[in-house]
Design a protein around this ligand. Structure first.
Ligand SMILES: [Zn+2]
Length: 321
């Protein structure tokens, strides 16, 4: 089977599991319609409980977004093997001693944290006979738990639900400003919500070509994609070489209005218009190309004497569940 085919069948397994009756409610607080999962524990959880799980660290609970994260086959198979919230809870909540009550959907962060830590980290609710082997679970999980969970912030007070992903390709710069004696060592920094990524530094070049791609999660209350160009300086702070804000609304609203772009042939579905108060050098159409929603643009860098930047962005909607 092709990689793509395997991927699709893994996705289907995950979707079928999520649609199972017991997985329509959060394993920890019964909130409806959980969209997150702990891939090592094997439970589907809500956004609020997800925040607590994340605070326990990936070695205890490795949280992934069902619709937005890239799941490995192993992670999907592990979820399938556990069999869902009911069978996980038959182990993790086998015996809830006095003094502990399962939180409801409206429980406070403190109540939730106390319960979730007792349930998974301390494993206090296992059948008495099983408790002696507690810790066994977290061992296998720490294997590949490193930095995979890129979605969302670490701060549990500051939880964000994401509406999709944005692939940003930084193509090239043209006629950038001089910051060293004769030239500059430019790189580009992109910022969306709490995520920041940057390109490599191109040495001594005012017309750098990057062709580098980045994936960013788009929060529900997304603002502009912010872009800044800097000159890398070995001996002092890096100098700014201009900036620009990219309005994502034309792309995201038209993409959402059209729904599944794979159903349409190539066509234009929207446009970000050049105006005196944005950085566009020309109108930037939003197109469906090969079933994908893409937008190319050239930006005139702001707050700098010269420089343009070519960029392509692509909207990646959450997977249908
Ligand atoms: Zn919950």
């Amino acid at each position: 089977m092709s990689t793509l085919g395997r991927h699709a069948s893994g996705r289907k397994k995950l979707r079928d599991l999520l649609l199972q009756q017991d997985n329509r409610r959060c394993a920890d607080c019964n909130a409806p319609d959980p969209k997150w999962a702990s891939a090592n524990i094997g439970v589907f959880i809500c956004l609020k409980c997800c925040g607590v799980h994340r605070s326990l660290g990936a070695q205890v609970s490795k949280v992934l977004s069902v619709a937005l994260d890239d799941w490995s086959e192993d992670e999907i198979d592990a979820m399938v093997e556990v069999g869902g919230n009911a069978s996980a809870n038959s182990i993790y909540e086998a015996y809830i001693p006095e003094g502990h009550t399962k939180p409801g959907p409206d429980a406070s962060h403190e109540q939730r944290t106390k319960y979730i830590r007792s349930k998974y980290e301390l494993q206090e609710f296992l059948k008495p006979a099983l408790r002696i082997v507690s810790g066994k679970n977290s061992k296998q999980n720490s294997l590949d738990s490193s930095l995979k969970s890129t979605s969302g912030s670490k701060n549990t007070e500051d939880l964000v639900e994401f509406i999709g992903k944005l692939k940003v390709k930084v193509i090239k710069g043209t006629n950038l400003a001089v910051r060293d004696m004769m030239t500059s060592d430019p790189y580009v920094v992109l910022n969306l919500g709490q995520q920041t990524v940057q390109t490599t530094v191109v040495g001594s070049n005012l017309n750098p070509v990057w062709n580098e791609e980045f994936m960013l999660f788009v929060p529900q209350d997304y603002g502009p994609l912010k872009l800044q160009v800097y000159d890398h300086d070995t001996f002092s702070a890096d100098d700014i070489m201009g900036e620009a804000n990219i309005d994502l609304q034309p792309m995201i609203t038209s993409a959402m209005a059209f729904g599944d772009a794979g159903m349409f042939s190539d066509m234009q579905i929207g446009k970000w218009l050049k105006s005196h108060d944005n950085a566009l050098t020309d109108d930037s159409p939003v197109n469906i190309v090969d079933g994908k929603v893409k937008q190319e643009m050239q930006l005139k860098l702001q707050n700098v004497e010269s420089g343009e930047l070519d960029l392509e962005i692509e909207w990646i909607p959450p997977l249908e569940l």
